[in-house]
Design a protein around this ligand. Structure first.
Ligand SMILES: [Zn+2]
Ligand SMILES: [Zn+2]
Length: 267
Protein backbone atom coordinates (compact mmCIF):
# COMPACT_ATOMS: atom_id res chain seq x y z
CA UNK A 1 0.00 0.00 0.00
CA UNK A 2 1.32 3.44 -0.90
CA UNK A 3 1.09 5.62 2.17
CA UNK A 4 -0.38 9.11 1.88
CA UNK A 5 1.68 12.24 2.49
CA UNK A 6 2.57 12.97 6.12
CA UNK A 7 1.70 16.63 6.44
CA UNK A 8 2.26 17.17 10.16
CA UNK A 9 5.84 17.06 11.46
CA UNK A 10 7.75 19.25 13.91
CA UNK A 11 11.37 20.31 14.44
CA UNK A 12 13.51 21.10 17.52
CA UNK A 13 12.88 24.82 16.99
CA UNK A 14 9.56 24.37 18.84
CA UNK A 15 11.57 23.26 21.90
CA UNK A 16 9.70 20.00 22.49
CA UNK A 17 10.70 17.91 19.45
CA UNK A 18 13.89 16.12 18.43
CA UNK A 19 15.48 15.53 15.03
CA UNK A 20 16.22 17.84 12.15
CA UNK A 21 14.09 18.02 8.98
CA UNK A 22 16.76 15.97 7.17
CA UNK A 23 16.25 13.18 9.74
CA UNK A 24 12.46 13.26 9.32
CA UNK A 25 13.01 13.12 5.57
CA UNK A 26 15.39 10.16 5.90
CA UNK A 27 12.81 8.25 7.91
CA UNK A 28 10.09 9.08 5.38
CA UNK A 29 12.24 7.73 2.55
CA UNK A 30 12.93 4.58 4.55
CA UNK A 31 9.16 4.06 4.93
CA UNK A 32 8.59 4.58 1.22
CA UNK A 33 6.65 7.84 1.58
CA UNK A 34 6.76 10.03 -1.52
CA UNK A 35 5.63 13.28 0.07
CA UNK A 36 5.82 14.93 3.50
CA UNK A 37 5.42 18.41 4.93
CA UNK A 38 7.20 20.11 7.80
CA UNK A 39 4.64 22.03 9.85
CA UNK A 40 6.31 23.26 12.99
CA UNK A 41 4.56 25.51 15.52
CA UNK A 42 4.48 29.03 14.16
CA UNK A 43 5.99 31.89 16.12
CA UNK A 44 3.83 34.45 17.88
CA UNK A 45 4.32 38.19 17.63
CA UNK A 46 5.71 38.17 21.18
CA UNK A 47 8.31 35.48 21.91
CA UNK A 48 7.13 35.48 25.52
CA UNK A 49 3.69 34.14 24.52
CA UNK A 50 4.63 30.59 25.59
CA UNK A 51 7.60 28.23 25.52
CA UNK A 52 6.59 25.61 22.96
CA UNK A 53 7.19 27.32 19.61
CA UNK A 54 10.01 28.85 17.61
CA UNK A 55 10.95 32.45 18.23
CA UNK A 56 9.98 35.04 15.69
CA UNK A 57 13.58 35.53 14.58
CA UNK A 58 13.96 31.77 13.95
CA UNK A 59 11.41 31.60 11.13
CA UNK A 60 14.05 32.10 8.42
CA UNK A 61 16.23 29.44 10.08
CA UNK A 62 13.27 27.04 10.03
CA UNK A 63 12.75 27.61 6.32
CA UNK A 64 16.48 27.14 5.68
CA UNK A 65 16.44 23.77 7.47
CA UNK A 66 13.47 22.60 5.39
CA UNK A 67 15.21 23.78 2.20
CA UNK A 68 18.29 21.78 3.25
CA UNK A 69 16.16 18.64 3.55
CA UNK A 70 14.69 19.35 0.11
CA UNK A 71 18.20 19.53 -1.35
CA UNK A 72 19.40 16.40 0.46
CA UNK A 73 16.38 14.28 -0.52
CA UNK A 74 15.42 15.19 -4.09
CA UNK A 75 13.55 11.88 -4.39
CA UNK A 76 11.07 13.03 -1.70
CA UNK A 77 8.62 15.89 -2.12
CA UNK A 78 9.00 18.03 1.02
CA UNK A 79 6.43 20.75 1.59
CA UNK A 80 7.07 23.91 3.57
CA UNK A 81 4.30 24.56 6.06
CA UNK A 82 3.42 25.76 9.54
CA UNK A 83 1.03 24.67 12.26
CA UNK A 84 -0.47 28.04 13.15
CA UNK A 85 -2.43 28.69 16.33
CA UNK A 86 -5.85 30.14 15.74
CA UNK A 87 -6.71 32.81 18.30
CA UNK A 88 -9.71 35.03 17.53
CA UNK A 89 -7.72 38.22 18.15
CA UNK A 90 -4.63 37.12 16.17
CA UNK A 91 -6.04 36.85 12.67
CA UNK A 92 -3.82 39.66 11.33
CA UNK A 93 -0.75 37.84 12.62
CA UNK A 94 -1.65 34.78 10.53
CA UNK A 95 -1.83 37.00 7.46
CA UNK A 96 1.57 38.50 8.29
CA UNK A 97 3.12 35.04 8.62
CA UNK A 98 1.60 34.03 5.30
CA UNK A 99 3.44 36.90 3.59
CA UNK A 100 6.86 36.01 4.89
CA UNK A 101 7.65 32.84 2.92
CA UNK A 102 6.19 30.89 0.00
CA UNK A 103 4.33 28.34 2.14
CA UNK A 104 2.71 25.24 0.68
CA UNK A 105 -0.02 25.11 3.34
CA UNK A 106 -1.01 26.23 6.83
CA UNK A 107 -2.50 23.88 9.40
CA UNK A 108 -4.81 25.90 11.63
CA UNK A 109 -4.93 24.48 15.13
CA UNK A 110 -6.77 25.48 18.25
CA UNK A 111 -4.69 24.75 21.34
CA UNK A 112 -5.80 27.77 23.37
CA UNK A 113 -9.22 28.57 24.72
CA UNK A 114 -10.05 31.72 26.70
CA UNK A 115 -8.05 32.43 29.80
CA UNK A 116 -4.85 31.51 27.95
CA UNK A 117 -5.31 27.81 28.64
CA UNK A 118 -3.61 25.52 26.14
CA UNK A 119 -5.85 22.55 26.80
CA UNK A 120 -3.43 19.90 25.53
CA UNK A 121 -0.58 21.03 27.78
CA UNK A 122 0.68 18.16 29.96
CA UNK A 123 1.70 20.81 32.51
CA UNK A 124 -1.84 22.09 32.96
CA UNK A 125 -3.69 18.80 33.27
CA UNK A 126 -5.02 19.71 36.70
CA UNK A 127 -7.10 22.47 35.10
CA UNK A 128 -9.24 19.73 33.58
CA UNK A 129 -10.28 18.65 37.10
CA UNK A 130 -11.61 22.13 37.86
CA UNK A 131 -13.36 22.99 34.59
CA UNK A 132 -16.74 22.34 33.02
CA UNK A 133 -15.71 19.74 30.43
CA UNK A 134 -18.76 20.37 28.23
CA UNK A 135 -18.03 24.09 28.23
CA UNK A 136 -14.45 23.44 27.11
CA UNK A 137 -15.66 21.30 24.20
CA UNK A 138 -18.18 23.98 23.23
CA UNK A 139 -15.63 26.79 23.28
CA UNK A 140 -13.02 24.68 21.52
CA UNK A 141 -15.41 23.87 18.65
CA UNK A 142 -16.54 27.48 18.51
CA UNK A 143 -12.93 28.56 17.94
CA UNK A 144 -12.35 25.71 15.51
CA UNK A 145 -15.38 26.88 13.53
CA UNK A 146 -14.02 30.44 13.49
CA UNK A 147 -10.70 29.06 12.21
CA UNK A 148 -12.48 27.25 9.37
CA UNK A 149 -14.63 30.29 8.55
CA UNK A 150 -11.52 32.49 8.35
CA UNK A 151 -10.25 30.70 5.25
CA UNK A 152 -6.70 31.32 6.49
CA UNK A 153 -5.82 27.64 6.65
CA UNK A 154 -5.73 24.78 4.15
CA UNK A 155 -6.13 22.19 6.92
CA UNK A 156 -7.64 22.21 10.40
CA UNK A 157 -5.48 20.25 12.87
CA UNK A 158 -6.49 17.52 15.34
CA UNK A 159 -10.21 18.26 15.24
CA UNK A 160 -11.21 16.76 18.60
CA UNK A 161 -8.13 17.64 20.65
CA UNK A 162 -10.02 18.04 23.98
CA UNK A 163 -10.23 14.24 24.17
CA UNK A 164 -6.43 14.00 24.52
CA UNK A 165 -6.39 13.16 28.24
CA UNK A 166 -9.69 11.29 28.09
CA UNK A 167 -12.11 14.13 28.91
CA UNK A 168 -15.17 13.43 26.79
CA UNK A 169 -18.34 15.53 26.63
CA UNK A 170 -21.32 14.12 28.50
CA UNK A 171 -23.81 15.30 25.89
CA UNK A 172 -24.14 14.96 22.15
CA UNK A 173 -21.79 17.39 20.37
CA UNK A 174 -23.18 16.70 16.90
CA UNK A 175 -24.56 20.26 16.53
CA UNK A 176 -21.11 21.73 17.34
CA UNK A 177 -19.41 19.37 14.91
CA UNK A 178 -21.98 20.01 12.18
CA UNK A 179 -21.51 23.77 12.42
CA UNK A 180 -17.75 23.30 12.16
CA UNK A 181 -18.02 20.97 9.16
CA UNK A 182 -20.37 23.36 7.35
CA UNK A 183 -17.68 26.03 7.75
CA UNK A 184 -15.02 23.65 6.39
CA UNK A 185 -17.18 22.86 3.39
CA UNK A 186 -18.00 26.51 2.73
CA UNK A 187 -14.33 27.53 2.68
CA UNK A 188 -13.08 24.22 1.22
CA UNK A 189 -10.87 23.67 4.26
CA UNK A 190 -9.66 20.10 4.86
CA UNK A 191 -9.35 18.30 8.18
CA UNK A 192 -6.51 15.95 9.05
CA UNK A 193 -6.44 12.41 10.35
CA UNK A 194 -3.83 12.92 13.05
CA UNK A 195 -2.38 9.70 14.43
CA UNK A 196 -0.78 11.35 17.49
CA UNK A 197 -4.00 10.66 19.38
CA UNK A 198 -3.08 6.97 19.32
CA UNK A 199 0.02 7.85 21.35
CA UNK A 200 -1.96 9.84 23.96
CA UNK A 201 -4.29 8.78 26.79
CA UNK A 202 -7.31 8.82 24.47
CA UNK A 203 -5.68 6.08 22.33
CA UNK A 204 -7.63 7.20 19.31
CA UNK A 205 -6.91 9.01 16.06
CA UNK A 206 -8.03 12.66 15.89
CA UNK A 207 -10.86 12.87 14.90
CA UNK A 208 -13.06 10.06 16.14
CA UNK A 209 -14.80 7.76 13.68
CA UNK A 210 -18.11 9.49 14.47
CA UNK A 211 -16.74 12.90 13.48
CA UNK A 212 -14.99 11.49 10.42
CA UNK A 213 -18.25 9.89 9.26
CA UNK A 214 -19.94 13.28 9.52
CA UNK A 215 -17.03 14.93 7.69
CA UNK A 216 -17.40 12.46 4.82
CA UNK A 217 -21.16 13.00 4.72
CA UNK A 218 -20.55 16.76 4.44
CA UNK A 219 -17.98 16.36 1.66
CA UNK A 220 -15.05 17.68 3.72
CA UNK A 221 -11.61 16.72 2.34
CA UNK A 222 -8.89 15.03 4.41
CA UNK A 223 -5.14 14.95 4.82
CA UNK A 224 -2.97 12.72 7.02
CA UNK A 225 -0.48 13.69 9.70
CA UNK A 226 1.58 11.88 12.29
CA UNK A 227 2.22 15.07 14.30
CA UNK A 228 5.74 13.63 14.60
CA UNK A 229 7.90 15.20 17.29
CA UNK A 230 10.72 12.73 16.54
CA UNK A 231 11.91 11.23 13.23
CA UNK A 232 10.77 7.74 14.27
CA UNK A 233 7.16 8.96 14.45
CA UNK A 234 6.94 9.89 10.77
CA UNK A 235 4.12 7.97 9.13
CA UNK A 236 3.19 6.40 12.47
CA UNK A 237 0.02 4.29 12.28
CA UNK A 238 -0.78 5.49 8.77
CA UNK A 239 -2.00 2.01 7.75
CA UNK A 240 -4.62 2.27 10.50
CA UNK A 241 -5.50 5.84 9.55
CA UNK A 242 -5.96 4.98 5.88
CA UNK A 243 -8.11 1.99 6.85
CA UNK A 244 -10.27 4.27 9.00
CA UNK A 245 -10.67 6.82 6.20
CA UNK A 246 -11.61 4.14 3.69
CA UNK A 247 -14.03 2.49 6.10
CA UNK A 248 -16.11 5.67 6.33
CA UNK A 249 -16.10 6.08 2.55
CA UNK A 250 -13.14 8.26 1.61
CA UNK A 251 -11.44 7.38 -1.69
CA UNK A 252 -9.36 10.57 -2.03
CA UNK A 253 -7.13 12.73 0.08
CA UNK A 254 -5.72 16.20 -0.44
CA UNK A 255 -2.27 17.55 -1.19
CA UNK A 256 -1.01 21.11 -1.44
CA UNK A 257 1.68 23.00 -3.31
CA UNK A 258 1.98 26.78 -2.99
CA UNK A 259 -1.38 26.76 -1.16
CA UNK A 260 -3.13 25.17 -4.16
CA UNK A 261 -4.93 21.89 -3.60
CA UNK A 262 -4.87 18.65 -5.56
CA UNK A 263 -7.09 15.72 -4.64
CA UNK A 264 -5.41 12.36 -5.19
CA UNK A 265 -6.61 8.77 -4.92
CA UNK A 266 -6.30 7.07 -1.57
CA UNK A 267 -4.64 3.82 -2.54
ZN1 LIG B 1 -1.15 20.85 17.52
ZN1 LIG C 1 1.59 19.48 15.84
Amino acid sequence: MALPADYHMHTPLCRHATGEPVEYAAHAVKLGLTEVGLSDHSPMLEDTFDDWRMRNDQLDEYVARVRQAQRDFPQLTIRLALEVDFLPDRVEWVRELAERHPWDYFIGSVHYISGGWDIDSPFKRELWDRCDVNAVWAEYFDRLTQAAVSGLFEIIGHTDLPKKFGHLPSHDITPLVTRFLHACKATDTAIELNTAGLRKDCREIYPSRAILEQAFAHGVAITFGSDAHAPGEVGADFVQAVALAKSVGYTRCRRFAARVKTDVALI
